[in-house]
Design a binder for this molecule. Structure first.
Ligand code: F6R
Length: 607
C-alpha cells in the first residue's frame, strides 16, 4: 500500500532512500520516485515499474541534496505511470509530497483548487494534498500542512519537503497508514515500516493517528490531532538487520519458509515453563476471575491471518472450552455484531496495520469488548490500540505471501488457548507441551524433502485449476494452501471443506483439475480418504498430504506428500509447510514474481 521513506542528515540522501525503498518494495511496486532538496530547488526522478527502473534511471543523474523523500507506489487513484508516480509537486513547484492512503473528499477539494487557479497534471488524489498545502504555504511548511489536514477526509500517511523552508526539514502526517520516525545521531529517518530503518537505527517512534511531525537533522517534534506538542515513546527494535536480507536464498519467501522452525521456537520460548506445565506472557495477563468472565472470543483478521484465526477457533474451543467466532475485518464492521463485556476481541495481524482489521478491532472495543492483539510488528497500530499483545517472534516478513507469520500466529494461538485453559482452572497436559517442543524439528525435516516438492511442482505447474480439500482443523489449511498457490503463481485454486465437495464442486472434477487433499490425524482420516475416492472415481488426480505410510493411500492418491505426525491441534502447522513449498516451486516454474506478485501489496492500509 505504498512505501514511504525520508531522510535528513549528513549521509548521501539518495542511496539511503533507495536502500529503504528496497525493503519497502513489498508495499507496492507499480512505480517509484525520489526527490531531494538542493539549494532551495526540488530535484525529482520518477519511473514507472519496479524500483530497478528507478535505479536504472538514476544512473544518469547526479541527485544530491541535504534531505529527501522516496516512494514506492501501489496505485489507488490513477493508473501506474510515471505521471502518477510520487513525489508529486504542487503546481508552483514549491513542495513535493509522497503519500500512502486514499483522500476521500479529493473531488470537491480538486474542484475548489482548480477554481483558485491550481493546476493538476496527474490523476492522483495525492496532487490534491500537494496543491492544498501549497495553497496555504507561505514560509512555514508545518503550519500549511496543519491547515491542510484539517480539510482532508480519508486515510493517509504523507511526507513533504519544500523549497520555502529556511532550515532543512521534512513534515509528515499520519491518519491511518503507519509512519515511523527513526532517530539517529545528527540525523532523522522516516518510513512506513521500521524494517526499512533497521540498517540505520534501532530507536524508533511510531506516530499516532492524527499526529503531525517535523523532522530536522537535530531530531523530531510531534504534534497531536489537537495541535499540542507531544512526546511519543521511543521504542528500541530488537530485529536484526540481517533478517531483512535474503541471506543466499533466491527469494524472501523461500528464506522465510526456511526460517519457520526458528521462528516457531522463538514464539513459544520464554512463554512455556516445561517443568511446571504453565504458560505466561509479558504483555497479556488475566486473573482466573477475568478468564472465567470471558463468554466468547471474537477473532478479527484478514487473509492468511484470518485462516490462522479459523485454526485458532479449534484450539481455543477444544482447550479452553470458550466459544469462538472468526470474522473478516472487512465484514465485521459493516454488520451489527453482538459484542459487549464478556467478549475477548482478538485481532490477528502480521503487520498490525491492516485497515480492515484495525477498524473491526476498534468497533469491538467501542462496544465494550476487551481487546487483545496477536501481532508481529512491535509498536504497530494493532498493538497500540489493544489492552494486551501476544507478539509473534517471526522477525520481519518481506515476501508478500505470508508464511512464517502464519505459523507463528498458530503457535501464539495455541499458547493463548492453553493459557485460557490454565486460567480457567483446567490442567495443561505435559504431552500438549512436548508436542509443541517437537514442532521445530518436525518442520525442519520437511525442508529436507524440498527437492521432492520441487519435482512435484514441476509436474503440476502446467495445470490452471486446483481444488484443496481439508476437514476440521485442516480445512483452514486447505484455504491457506489454495491462497498461497493462487496469489503467487496465478493458478486458480480453491480451498473447500472436504465433506462439502459432493454438494457442488465435485461437478468440476476431471483429469485437468488436480485435488490436493489433507489426510492427516486420527479424527477424519477415513472420511478424507472417502472424499479422495470420490475424486478418483471421476478420473480426478489426487495429491495427498498425509502422516500415514504412502501404501495406505495407494488406492486413493496419485501423489503422496508425507509429513511428520504431531498432535491433532498442532498438525496444521506441519501440514501447511509442504503446501507453501509447493506453491513456491509452482510459481517459480511458471516464471512468476514470487516476492512481489502482481496487484498485491503486503500491508493493506486502505479499506
Ligand atoms: C497472504 C497475505 C495476506 C495477509 C492479509 C492480512 O499471503 O499475506 O492475505 O495475511 O493482508 O495482513 P496482516 O496479517 O498484516 O493483517
Amino acid at each position: 500500500m505504498c512505501g514511504i521513506v525520508g531522510y535528513i542528515g549528513q549521509r548521501e540522501v539518495v542511496p539511503m532512500l533507495l536502500d529503504g525503498l528496497e525493503t519497502l518494495a513489498y508495499r507496492g511496486y507499480d512505480s517509484a520516485g525520489v526527490v531531494v532538496v538542493r539549494d532551495g530547488e526540488l530535484e525529482a526522478v520518477k519511473a514507472e515499474g519496479k524500483l530497478e527502473q528507478l535505479v536504472e534511471k538514476l544512473k544518469g543523474e547526479s541527485l544530491v541534496g541535504s534531505h529527501g523523500l522516496g516512494h514506492t507506489r501501489w496505485a489507488t487513484h490513477g493508473a501506474p505511470s510515471e505521471r502518477n508516480a510520487h513525489p508529486i509537486t504542487d503546481s508552483k513547484r514549491r513542495l513535493a509530497l509522497i503519500h500512502n492512503g486514499i483522500i476521500e473528499n479529493f473531488l470537491p477539494l480538486k474542484k475548489r483548487l482548480i477554481e483558485e487557479g491550481w493546476e493538476f497534471t496527474s490523476d492522483t488524489d495525492t496532487e490534491v494534498v500537494a496543491n492544498l498545502i501549497g495553497s496555504y504555504l507561505k514560509h512555514d511548511l508545518k503550519a500549511a500542512t496543519q491547515q491542510a489536514i484539517a480539510e482532508l477526509e480519508g486515510m493517509y500517511a504523507f511526507a513533504a519537503v519544500s523549497t520555502v523552508s529556511g532550515d532543512a526539514e521534512i513534515v509528515a502526517a499520519r491518519k491511518g497508514p503507519p509512519l515511523v520516525i527513526g532517530l539517529g545521531d545528527g540525523e532523522c529517518f522516516l518510513a512506513s515500516d521500521p524494517a526499512a530503518l533497521l540498517a540505520y537505527t534501532k530507536n524508533v517512534v511510531f506516530l499516532e493517528n492524527g499526529d503531525l511531525c517535523r523532522l530536522t537533522a537535530a531530531g523530531a517534534k510531534i504534534w497531536d490531532r489537537d495541535g499540542r506538542e507531544v512526546e511519543r515513546q521511543t521504542v528500541r527494535l530488537t530485529w536484526d538487520p540481517i533478517q531483512a536480507e535474503k541471506g543466499g536464498f533466491k527469494h524472501f519467501m523461500l528464506k522465510e519458509i526456511h526460517e519457520q522452525p526458528q521462528a516457531i521456537q522463538d514464539t513459544f520460548a520464554g512463554r512455556v515453563d516445561f517443568e511446571t506445565n504453565t504458560i505466561g506472557f509479558d504483555n497479556f495477563a488475566l486473573t482466573s476471575e477475568e478468564a472465567a468472565r470471558i463468554e466468547r472470543v471474537q477473532i478479527l483478521a484478514c487473509g492468511t491471518s484470518w485462516h490462522s484465526g479459523l485454526v485458532g477457533k479449534f484450539m481455543i474451543e477444544e482447550l479452553a472450552r470458550i466459544p469462538v467466532d472468526v470474522d473478516y475485518g472487512s465484514e465485521y464492521r459493516y454488520r451489527d455484531p453482538v459484542v459487549g463485556e464478556g467478549v475477548l476481541a482478538l485481532g490477528i495481524s502480521q503487520s498490525g496495520e491492516t485497515a480492515d482489521t484495525l477498524s473491526a478491532m476498534e468497533a469491538a472495543s467501542d462496544r465494550g469488548a476487551q481487546l487483545l492483539a496477536i501481532c508481529n510488528v512491535p509498536g504497530s497500530q494493532a498493538t497500540r490500540i489493544s489492552e494486551g499483545v501476544i507478539y509473534t517472534h517471526a522477525g520481519p516478513e518481506i515476501g508478500v505471501a505470508s508464511t512464517k507469520a502464519f505459523t507463528t500466529q498458530l503457535t501464539a494461538l495455541f499458547l493463548l488457548a492453553l493459557y485460557l485453559r490454565q486460567q480457567r482452572g483446567l490442567p495443561i497436559e505435559p504431552q500438549q507441551l512436548s508436542e509443541l517442543a517437537k514442532l521445530p524439528h518436525a518442520i525442519a525435516d520437511i525442508m529436507d524433502t524440498e527437492a521432492e516438492l520441487e519435482e512435484l511442482a514441476r509436474r503440476y505447474a502446467r495445470f490452471e485449476d486446483f481444488l484443496y480439500l481439508g476437514r476440521g482443523i485442516n480445512y483452514p489449511i486447505a484455504l491457506e494452501g489454495a491462497l498461497k498457490l493462487k496469489e503467487i503463481s496465478y493458478s486458480h485454486a480453491e480451498g473447500y471443506p472436504a465433506g462439502e465437495m459432493k454438494h457442488g464442486p465435485i461437478a468440476l472434477i476431471d483429469e485437468s483439475f488436480p485435488v490436493v487433499a489433507i489426510a492427516t490425524g486420527s479424527r477424519v482420516f477415513e472420511k478424507v480418504c472417502s472424499n479422495m475416492q470420490e475424486v478418483k472415481a471421476r478420473d480426478g488426480v489426487v495429491i495427498a498430504v498425509t502422516d500415514r505410510p504412502a501404501e495406505e493411500l495407494s488406492e486413493v492418491a496419485d501423489e503422496v506428500i508425507q509429513v511428520p505426525r504431531s498432535s491433532d491441534l498442532l498438525q496444521p502447522l506441519v501440514n501447511v509447510i509442504p503446501l507453501q513449498l509447493f506453491a513456491y516451486f509452482v510459481a517459480v516454474r511458471r516464471g512468476a514474481d514470487v516476492d512481489q506478485p502482481r496487484n498485491l501489496a503486503k500491508s493493506v492500509t486502505v479499506e
